[in-house]
Design a protein around this ligand. Sequence first.
Ligand SMILES: *Cc1c(COP(=O)(O)O)cnc(C)c1O
Length: 376
Amino acid sequence: MIRFNKPYMFGQELEYVNEAVIDGRLAGNGRFTKACHEFFQTRYGFKKVLMTTSCTDALEMSAILLRIQPGDEVIIPSYTFVSTANAFALRGAKIVFADSSKDHPNVSIDSIKECISDRTKAIVVVHYGGVACEMDQLLELCNEHEISLVEDAAQAIEASYKGRPLGSFGDCATFSFHETKNVVSGEGGLLVINNEELLKRAEIIWEKGTNRTAFFRGEVDKYSWVDLGSSFLPSELISAYLYGQLENVETIQTGRVRIWETYYSALQDLAISGMFTLPKIPSYATNNAHVFYIVCRNVEERNELLSHLKDKGIGAVFHYLSLHKSEFFKEKHDERELINADRFSDCLVRLPLHLHLTDADVAYIVDCIKDFYTKQ
Ligand SMILES: *Cc1c(COP(=O)(O)O)cnc(C)c1O
């Protein structure tokens, strides 16, 4: 069986975990957490970052940070992971789902415009597959209507828009180090805070609503409960593991991009003959090779392809189911049809993409896909 995903380990991960154990400091905000913070601030120029136990946690922190409350509306793409929406629903916000673009799973700016009302407090965008949304247009829209912007950059490490790193545009942004992402620590995440006004509170929310971080810096002589918060900071074990991955980020990216490009060129003929469409990378975006996907012509053919690949021992998978049609939300959704989100739900197939894949594996996967379409 060729697995859809299998985390790749370099060796430093375990050395650093071992060091953390020997140091005898396993709780959060120690030496490895600081090393990770330093990495993100230096490499991507982020002003302030906080490691979290997941991207879900970072999204929940964002919702608290932006003071989202009942009565507020938050615009979110329907084609995303549940956490993007859940984090804001947990604060009592009304979620308003926007459609994807016609030619990309990323959110359509026109669809967002239709969702804006007097009550819109925030827009959350997802850079699907690490491919940037149209940030200039989004920033203009948010400025014009005085709406906060959150980037769910869970999949977007090492990716940029017009040369500027993703995660640096929103009031805040969130990354994931879940084992399915490019850089992993099993579970893990990061909150980036770009809006200066949010900086101080972010640290407090992170440390269970206390000013403990300021206390450790010697800025106050005791720490106490000063705001809302929760336990968002990860153990040193997580940060130690992650740091071992971060040191290898360029090797990870080179390996992933190579596989991505092999798929892309090998499948181009079938795409040109109209069997499916290949991923589109707009000229303003880079490709961090987080996912390689094809979009089939219809749901029946997509499902047949998935079962064909499964029979051949290949772990290809579909992706998100539109959230506006989910069991939890469908009664709450207004009447609007979100046809592009539905189409990506129905027709998208992701192929295995990880550093354990050999050239022979990739060639075999491509052959099996060609096989399927020549029999059509
Ligand atoms: C993976 C992912 C998440 C969730 O990340 P966790 O770290 O597992 O909480 C959220 N949003 C998007 C778009 C994702 O891809």
